[in-house]
Design a protein around this ligand. Structure first.
Ligand SMILES: NC(=O)c1ccc[n+]([C@@H]2O[C@H](COP(=O)([O-])OP(=O)(O)OC[C@H]3O[C@@H](n4cnc5c(N)ncnc54)[C@H](O)[C@@H]3O)[C@@H](O)[C@H]2O)c1
Length: 375
């Protein structure tokens, strides 16, 4: 079978391509090789992959890429923290609609589509109030964050809330990226059902492992902390470091992609693909410094990223029922990333520039000092 991977030159796509090739699939990639993620064709790309250089928003590129394939793993996406809101919908939502449009228009014999979604669709995720039960809070206000009130309280009785892991049944997207990811799923499920195109969506948690680009602002704590640790600097931790997250190894994600591709019972369903374990961001930062063998404490400089969730951890029981389990530990993921990073030529400390950009665009902000002004 021939599989098209959109965004296949990227982190998750290239590992998925390797695994598919190993299983005897033919693999084509549609990728625009977006800077700053890429500076040309990445050297890790397998030589027996067919690369179509093009954009998921471009009808001709997409048509060319779909010719002769029987399944699609749709990973290409715009992901960042910058406030160019409409771009998330152009690339992610419109790109997905175009994929289905061309398949339907040309009666292409596509047997399966797997859409890369995200844990981001849960926003702040579910919380329980001892008095008022289950609550799906909205994003925290700027004022709250500026005054270092990190935790979420019950909007009715102001009691402390207890974060719960998110199951697939309720979403609560809180930013453009998350909304666009949820629209990708909705487009896929709705058009897939109507036109007989079996579609599954995978909501990845924070994915970790080699090849994760270290040259863009988005790609997650492992990259950002590792890059700083590589240069002997302490990880820069936002808020108070008490945020809960779950981290999943790239090879576990690849296993999930293959399962969703090959198993028919996944049609019309969204599945969480997470690490199955809540870890505080500060604890994760310490894993990174331990793995890099540097004796520094994480730096907590009184900054926050406006729009970040306080806690978000995925419940993975739905995918586990199909036989999938995360097999690799967070420490293993960080070790693999460290080893890969050390082999890369010309590693620059991109995190300094990325932080400056995010601060100048007021994505990253300072907490208020006691004089009442932003620091
Ligand atoms: N990495 C994570 O932690 C994570 C978490 C949740 C969801 N996801 C989702 O997984 C998917 C893959 O993410 P990744 O981490 O491999 O990212 P990545 O940036 O490494 O790869 C994305 C690839 O898509 C390509 N691309 C971007 N815009 C394109 C366009 N308009 N046309 C064609 N190609 C384009 C890029 O060049 C890149 O090669 C994305 O859909 C992302 O939203 C990733």
């Amino acid at each position: 079978m021939h599989v098209l991977i959109t965004g296949g030159a990227g982190f998750i796509g290239s590992h998925t391509a390797d695994a598919l090739l190993k299983r005897g699939y033919g693999v084509r990639i549609l990728d625009s090789l977006e800077p700053p993620v890429h500076q040309g064709v990445p050297s890790y790309l397998a030589s027996d992959v067919e690369l179509v250089r093009g954009d998921v928003r471009n009808r001709n590129d997409m048509t060319r890429a779909l010719d002769g394939v029987e399944a699609v793993i749709h990973l290409a996406a715009y992901q960042d923290y910058l406030p160019d809101f409409s771009r998330f919908f152009h690339v992610n939502s419109v790109g997905t609609a175009l994929l289905y449009e061309i398949i339907v228009e040309r009666h292409l014999p596509i047997r399966k589509i797997v859409i890369a979604s995200s844990q981001a669709v849960y926003g702040e995720g579910p919380y329980d109030c001892p008095e008022h039960g289950r609550i799906w809070p909205q994003a925290r206000s700027l004022e709250q964050l500026e005054h270092t009130i990190w935790d979420i309280v019950c909007p009715r009785c102001h009691a402390s809330l207890v974060s719960q892991s998110a199951t697939e049944d309720t979403v609560n997207p809180g930013n453009s990226y998350a909304i666009s990811k949820h629209t990708q799923e909705t487009i896929g499920f709705t058009l897939g059902r109507r036109y007989g195109l079996p579609t599954a969506a995978l909501r990845y948690s924070i994915v970790q492992g080699p090849r994760q680009s270290f040259s863009n602002a988005y790609s997650g704590a492992c990259r950002i902390f590792s890059l700083r640790a590589h240069f002997g600097q302490p990880p820069l931790v936002y808020e108070d470091g008490g945020q809960l997250r779950d981290y999943v190894n790239i090879h576990d994600v690849v296993d999930a992609n293959l399962l969703a591709l090959e198993q028919t019972g996944t049609d019309g369903e969204a599945y969480n693909v997470g690490g199955g374990k809540a870890i505080r961001v500060e604890a994760f930062a310490r894993i990174v410094t331990d793995v890099f063998g540097i004796d520094v404490r994480p730096e907590i400089p009184g900054k926050f990223r406006f729009g970040d969730t306080r806690h978000i951890v995925s419940d993975i029981s739905k995918l586990s029922q199909l036989g999938w389990r995360p097999q690799r530990s967070t420490t293993e993921s960080v070790r693999a990333y460290r080893d890969w990073l050390r082999q890369q030529p010309d590693v620059k400390n991109f995190s300094t520039d990325a932080n400056r950009t995010m601060e100048s665009l007021q994505v990253v902000r300072h907490v208020r000092t006691d004089t009442g002004t932003s620091a």
